[in-house]
Design a protein around this ligand. Structure first.
Ligand code: MN
Length: 260
């Protein structure tokens, strides 16, 4: 199939009305048909969710440019599952999530609603890509959307192996200041979470997980280094979380059912 006849599912975790989703959708229109099915509200840092204990609703909403989209009260990964399970009738060729407001680097990946939405697409059998802009304030998604169109096209031409997806982070720079594209591995995030303890009007304590934004070890070759140094980072990631290098060690424990 030529890349201008694709059917692309677009979702996100910032909510269906987030400007990054609209920029992504409009950036992909030249490649074919784009269907939006995204959460109604912000689900950032919700991780990989499968809602099983309450019903899910899907409604039609209008985006800021007057076009129609589908929205659900479920999580980003629910939105992708709903699409593949029959809410979207036309066969979905690719799943594209984003453009997230804020980076998804290193250990952020399992927290990320953006990345886990793409993971759900991978589980559903479609090549899937997560896009994040490394800024919480920049309103200009044009550089990110332009790169998304090119990468989606290239990914469709080459395909992705089973259980493999792409996680993309774009530095918060104008297009002509981005230095290039690096294929990276995930780096080490350094979280600086702090417990914020407060008391409700009835005297019961409640808590926020607060603190400053995470930092990261800027090791060359990592996603964190690439974005910090002005490059777009493309990280191939896989659903296999097995620690292969540690397998022989655990085998060496010679675990048995016997007590001693
Ligand atoms: Mn988000």
């Amino acid at each position: 199939m030529p890349s201008n006849g694709l059917h692309i599912l677009v979702t996100n975790d910032d909510g269906v009305q987030a400007p990054g989703l609209l920029a992504l959708k409009n950036g992909l229109l030249d490649l074919g048909e784009v269907t939006v099915l995204a959460p109604l509200r912000n689900w950032s840092a919700s991780g990989h969710v499968k809602t099983m204990h309450k019903p899910l609703r899907v409604e039609e909403v209008m985006l800021a440019d007057g076009t129609a989209a589908l929205a659900t009260d479920g999580a980003p990964s629910d939105a992708v599952a709903l699409a593949f399970l029959g809410i979207v009738e036309r066969k979905i060729d690719l799943v594209v999530a984003g453009i997230n407001r804020g980076p998804n680097l290193g250990h952020d990946l399992t927290y990320s609603g953006t990345v886990t939405a793409a993971m759900e697409g991978t589980l559903s059998g479609a090549p899937s890509i997560a896009f994040s802009l490394a800024s919480y304030s920049l309103e200009d998604f044009s550089a990110a959307a332009g790169f998304a169109e090119r990468l989606v096209c290239t990914t469709w031409q080459h395909g992705l192996p089973a259980n493999t997806l792409l996680n993309v982070n774009i530095p918060a720079l104008p297009a002509d200041e981005i230095k290039g594209v690096l294929v990276t591995r995930t780096g080490d995030r350094i979280y600086r979470d702090e417990l914020i303890r407060r008391t409700d009007p009835r005297g019961t304590p409640y808590y926020w997980i607060g603190g400053p934004p995470p930092e990261g070890r800027e090791d060359q070759g990592t996603d964190i280094w690439a974005v910090a140094n002005g490059y777009i980072s493309v990280t191939p990631i896989q659903l296999d979380l097995t620690a292969h290098s540690f397998l022989p060690t655990v085998e060496g424990w010679e675990l048995t059912l016997d007590q001693d």
